[in-house]
Design a protein around this ligand. Sequence first.
Ligand code: C2E
Ligand code: CA
Ligand code: CA
Ligand code: CA
Length: 278
Amino acid sequence: VKKQGKNGHLFYTEDLSDQMIARVELESDLRKAIERDELVVYYQPQFHAEDNRLIGVEALVRWNHPSRGILSPGVFIPIAEETGMIYEIGTWVLREACRQMKQWHREGGPLIPVSVNLSAHQFHQPNLVEYIRSILEETKLDPQYLELEITESMMMDPAVSINILHELNKIGTRISLDDFGTGYSSLSYLKKFPIHKLKIDRSFIADLSENQNDQAIVATIIAMAQNLKLDVIAEGIETKDQLDILTENDCKKIQGYYFSSPLAASEVEKAFFIPSRV
Ligand code: C2E
Ligand code: CA
Ligand code: CA
Ligand code: CA
């Protein structure tokens, strides 16, 4: 049976029910994923372009599904958001990331900041600040080594958001505005948000070497960050050309496949520190 979809595409209802079954299966598998220890945090290293030193990592969750292999967050985070499982998963990722930073340091590695993505639901969760505080106490990570990545789209109600951000500032964590430039940030609010860093979205980097508009946008974001005394990092750097344009524009903090893709914790150790130990 053919049906007209919402967006005008034709699809088969059979396919649709297959999809629904797959989705329901995935949802019930996800419920068990935490207790079965199937979630893993990967870490994508961030570097300083001047001396190539490791300056931090971004925590990116993966699901090691028993039959489907490694699933990316794009597949299961939306399900987690819809079903409310994001609270449990998000808390787990935060704790795991903080724990790992302490472990690396304890074992002779560097003490580096970790950036953790917050979803919209998590950001607006009433006890967010309390559980972040308790995770920091439990793992004994100095709060300045935890950076929370939020997006402009979570800040639709600026008054509410500013309150949450102030609470987070009080406990000493840092805050980064992820995917910057893709949402609707009113520049007047950007000035008022108590944030520390802008993360230039990958979409402006992808065609940076060829696209003069992207070059203008990127240069403007970097200059604006400097004027607002905000830190700035670019993500999605895949080529030397992109890196050169960014450093010419005075963006020194870099994340992307050009340097490293997200890695399991043990791979980070092997590639970037304590090589003699492992
Ligand atoms: P994001 O926060 O924008 O993360 C960056 C994504 O870009 C990651 O995809 C990363 O693997 C990918 N990436 C890094 N360098 C490059 C590059 O040079 N080129 C290209 N093409 N891609 C690059 P990933 O890990 O699949 O994560 C996708 C999204 O899922 C993230 O986007 C983030 O929004 C979300 N996510 C990941 N982990 C978590 C989490 O623990 N909690 C929440 N709420 N969301 C998460
Ligand atoms: Ca991010
Ligand atoms: Ca991003
Ligand atoms: Ca994103």
